[in-house]
Design a protein around this ligand. Structure first.
Ligand code: ZN
Length: 241
């Protein structure tokens, strides 16, 4: 079965003063049996200079295993699909990273334009904000595919995220850093079709995160959905294994 990691950070991190190299990600992928990897830039690096998106794209052109996602800048520029991006990363827009949403963003007239354009582009967006912010945002969408990382862990309580979005077919979740019991609760409530495997390198280790999903008490068909099928469908990838 093919395994695709839907959530890793690539390149330099200004805030942490470190760099996740191509080689580091490829080593972890080889070690884990992962054939393709979604990469996106670190927030601090992208906020300082948006050109990291171009560098990341260049690297994905060189390394065919990489699936590049676009870091959505504070100007709320939609994903430039024509350049070859497969998705986007929305991260605490104009707020405090990993901690506080900026609710003024929800009143910005540009937001409606962003959502309209993004629904036409029809690529998924890994979307991280507080629960209340995410609820208001999702209400404004119809078909926009939103992937909530860590089952919502950094934006609130995952179970509250689950209750809020269980009936929203356009809202997906990734398993990165979430506990196996919580992942099971999600699968039991919404099925496996809207759940994606992600490691969140460098905050998670790919092999450990993968073993977590492989150890879940569910059948192989369900594991395959989570490990590759769902993402392939979301971004229109051909199966390669
Ligand atoms: Zn992450």
């Amino acid at each position: 079965m093919e395994i695709i990691d839907s959530h890793t950070h690539w390149g330099p991190s200004l805030s942490m003063g470190t760099e996740v190299t191509t080689q580091e990600i490829l080593n972890q992928a080889d070690h884990s049996g992962v054939s393709r990897i979604v990469i996106f830039p670190f927030p601090s690096t992208a906020l300082a200079d948006e050109r990291i998106n171009e560098r990341l794209l260049g690297e994905a052109n060189r390394i065919k295993k990489f699936i590049p996602y676009y870091y959505i800048p504070e100007t709320m520029k939609p994903i430039p699909k024509e350049k070859g991006f497969y998705g986007g990363k929305w991260h605490w827009m104009r707020g405090i990273q990993d901690s506080t949403s900026n609710y003024e963003v929800l009143k910005d007239l540009k937001l409606e334009e962003f959502i309209e354009a993004s629904e036409k582009i029809d690529l998924p967006i890994v979307f991280e904000e507080e629960l209340a912010f995410t609820e208001t945002f999702v209400k404004k969408t119809k078909s926009l595919k939103i992937i909530i990382p860590h089952l919502g862990m950094l934006g609130g309580n995952p179970i509250d995220f689950l209750q809020s979005f269980k009936s929203r077919a356009n809202v997906y979740f990734d398993t990165a850093l979430a506990g196996p019991d919580t992942v099971m609760r999600f699968i039991q409530t919404i099925g496996q079709e809207r759940i994606l495997f992600g490691s969140d390198i460098p905050f998670g280790a790919m092999k450990r995160e993968l073993e977590k999903v492989l150890s879940l008490p569910i059948g192989d068909d369900k594991k395959e959905s989570i490990l590759s099928e769902n993402l392939r469908e979301l971004i229109g990838l051909e199966q390669i294994i």
